[in-house]
Design a protein around this ligand. Structure first.
Ligand SMILES: Nc1ncnc2c1ncn2[C@@H]1O[C@H](COP(=O)(O)OP(=O)(O)OP(=O)(O)O)[C@@H](O)[C@H]1O
Ligand SMILES: [Mg+2]
Length: 250
């Protein structure tokens, strides 16, 4: 049974149809990336899974449990951690307090301390700023912190919306290092949105290409001989020009 199953999901924002029958799945322990241009619906998929937007139609299951209609907190308690865009740190709390918030529902004190230590080893900048208010960190440092906070919950799966947005290449490498490290050690499953198809091809087991609210392609980077099918799915070459559907059918 897949860990995540998204089955024919439709999401509207008012009259705008943002997802038009999206189906995808994520197996336990997999790294799956969704890539696609601006406005494709990538963030909307993650929000729909995490309970932040309510689909008009379709089904979403996590380890076989139906998620539709559940509150984000209830979904998070099942072991699903969501890092939305925008680096939401608790800005008046210290870096350390932000990290500890991630683990407040855990009881395994020894492991919590070991996990915290592991994050701080990978991101020495956070260690240097442990007692400072998180709001004083740079954008990149805040991004590291929100990912670490999400990992501190020891989720079964972590959904990350554009982890590399606005980060320097060296920092992006480190953000991916920690995500891959969590997968290797703890079998954390990853579902990641990225605009850049090149980066996802390096880290993902499978890549979905989304454009205008429709999945255009699902590929395994290992199987790709050249990037033509990916480019054509991403940009919509060889297809009639489309416009976003206004006033979706009910
Ligand atoms: N809260 C909202 N209200 C109205 N329209 C929205 C809302 N959120 C997203 N949209 C629209 O839905 C579509 C999909 O948006 P979404 O944010 O999911 O795309 P995305 O693939 O994440 O884009 P980006 O790469 O720019 O982050 C876009 O046309 C967007 O304008
Ligand atoms: Mg987005």
């Amino acid at each position: 049974m897949p860990l995540i199953e998204v089955d024919d999901v439709h999401v509207n924002y008012g009259r705008l149809s943002a997802l038009r029958g999206v189906s995808l799945n994520v197996e336990d322990g997999e790294i799956v990336c969704i890539c696609g241009p601006n406005g494709a619906g990538k963030s909307t998929i993650l929000k729909a899974i995490a309970g932040g937007v309510r689909p008009r139609l379709g089904a979403i299951r996590f380890a076989g449990v139906a998620l539709m209609g559940k509150a984000p907190e209830a979904i998070s308690r099942l072991g699903l951690s969501f890092v939305p865009e925008g680096r939401h740190v608790f800005s008046t709390l210290s870096v350390d307090e932000n990290l500890r918030i991630g683990s407040y529902q855990r009881r395994d004190r020894t492991n919590i301390n070991a996990d915290r230590e592991r994050m701080l080893e990978l991101f020495p900048r956070l260690r240097e700023r442990l007692k400072q208010p998180a709001g004083k960190l740079s954008g990149g440092e805040q991004q590291m912190l929100v990912i670490c906070r999400a990992l501190m919950t020891r989720p079964r799966i972590i959904l990350v919306d554009e982890p590399s947005l606005g980060l320097a290449p060296q920092i992006i490498g480190r953000v991916y290092d920690i995500l891959l490290d969590m997968r290797r050690r703890d079998n954390v499953t990853l579902l990641i949105n990225e605009q850049s198809s090149e980066r996802v091809m390096r880290v993902a087991d499978r890549v979905y290409v989304l454009r205008n609210g429709v999945i255009r392609l699902c590929i395994r980077p290992a199987d790709i001989a050249d990037g033509r099918s990916l480019k054509s799915a991403y940009f919509g070459f060889d297809e009639p020009q489309e416009t976003l559907q206004e006033g979706a059918q009910q």
